[in-house]
Design a protein around this ligand. Sequence first.
Ligand code: HEM
Length: 161
Amino acid sequence: MLTTILILLVIIFFAKNIFSEFINNENNPLDSSIDKESTVVEGKFTPKTLTKYNGKDSPKIFIAVKNRVFDVTQGAAFYGPGGPYENFAGRDASRGLAKNSFDEAMLTDINKPIDKLEDLTKLEIESLDGWEEHFENRYKVVGTLHENGTIKEEQEDVKEE
Ligand code: HEM
C-alpha cells in the first residue's frame, strides 16, 4: 500500500515537472493578464470550418466546448503543434473534456453530425461543465458551432483584426 502511494507521488512529481515547462513558457497560458480583448469578432463555425483554426493553417487556435467556440491562442503551449492537447485544436473538445482524455478517439469525424453527448454519465457531464467554466474564465468566446451545411459559406469564417 505504502509502496503504491510512493510510486504515485513520484509519478505526480515528474508529471508536474514536465508540465511546468509549458507553464514557464513565455506565452504563459496561465497568466491572468491575458488580453482577452485582442482577437475576437463573433463568428459561426461548422466542424469543417473550425479545423482551419488549428494553429498550423492559421496562427489562431480555436476549440469548441458545448457548441461554443473559444479562442485559446493564448494557450498555444497547450493546444499548439507539439502541445499536450494539440488534438483539440480546431475541433470540438467536449467529449474529451468530459471523459478527461485527449485521445484521438474522443474527436468526432468532421464530416459527421456534431456530437450530442447523450451517452455521458453524470460525472462526465460535471467534468465537462467544470472545464467549460475554466474556458469561460480564461478565454474569449469567438462564436458558435453549427452543423455542416447549415450556414452560408461567407458567414462561416471569422474576421481577424
Ligand atoms: C498526466 C496527466 C496530466 C497532467 C500531469 C496534467 C497537467 C496539467 C497542468 C499542470 C495544467 C495547467 C494547470 C491548470 O490550468 O490548472 C493542465 C491544464 C489542462 N489540462 Fe491537463 N494534465 C493531465 C492530463 C490531462 C488530460 C487527460 C486532459 C484531457 C481532457 C487534460 C486537459 C487539460 C486542459 C484542457 C487544461 C487547460 C489548459 C488551458 O488552460 O488552456 N489534461 N494540465
